[in-house]
Design a protein around this ligand. Structure first.
Ligand SMILES: [Mg+2]
Length: 220
């Protein structure tokens, strides 16, 4: 019997890309550093130091971009601008709040993220029974098993009672499955499963979740 549905945040519930691009556009407008440079440096830092806090990765990347153009002195100001604009533009994907409302009558809902999309800053405040933010309270980042143990502890549930839903296969499917949670891979692009761990379900849209979870519980 599934009692709990826990969600990844960025690119699953939170439509992050427009928010990040708005933030980078604002920094570019102030400094003249091209958005492409800001994005490329950010990608390189995310790839090189994925274990660091998301905010630190963003700041390190911005420091490098600004230094290329002689604007390093504006770092603190541009970091503040970036995050102001990023959060002002952070919102859930269309239909997410309605989907959560459908699930809430039957399931405990959780929000569990590696990064810094605080629910209340992304249009999702008050939606969840519990929230887990990696690198707080000693919780490591996904795909570490301890991240999912923190989800289970917050849910007060056994692994088989919890579904984890996310868009990043290595974190959200392989990581969660290793701890025994059920997994739903949000695969909007219709990509092939990229590894040996088979998700319990693959959905192209979160709108499929209420019916899927009802079927699973009816089959118990
Ligand atoms: Mg994600």
């Amino acid at each position: 019997m599934i009692t709990t549905v826990a969600f990844d945040a960025d690119y699953t519930l939170v439509d992050l890309l427009p928010a990040v691009l708005a933030g980078l556009d604002a920094v570019s407008a102030e400094t003249g550093v091209p958005v492409g440079v800001l994005r490329a440096d950010a990608s390189a830092h995310w790839a090189a130091t994925p274990h660091l806090p998301a905010r630190e990765i963003r700041i390190a990347a911005m420091r490098e971009s600004l230094a290329r153009y002689g604007h390093e002195a504006q770092l603190d100001e541009m970091v503040a601008l970036f995050f102001d604009v990023r959060y002002a533009n952070s919102r859930p994907y269309t239909g997410v709040v309605e989907m959560l409302a459908k699930l809430r009558s039957d399931f405990r809902l959780g929000y569990a993220t590696n990064a810094n999309s605080r629910s209340e800053l992304c249009g999702l405040g008050g939606q969840f029974t519990f929230e887990i933010y990696a690198l707080q309270n000693g919780v490591p980042k996904k795909p570490a098993a301890e991240f999912f143990h923190a989800v289970l502890a917050a849910a007060q549930a056994e692994p088989a009672e919890v579904v984890y839903v996310g868009d990043t296969y290595a974190h959200d499917v392989a990581g969660a499955a290793a701890v025994g949670l059920r997994t739903v891979w949000l695969n909007r692009g219709g990509d092939p499963v990229p590894g040996e761990v088979v998700p319990d379900a693959v959905v192209a849209s979160l709108d499929e979740l209420p019916a899927l979870l009802s079927r699973w519980n009816a089959a118990q």
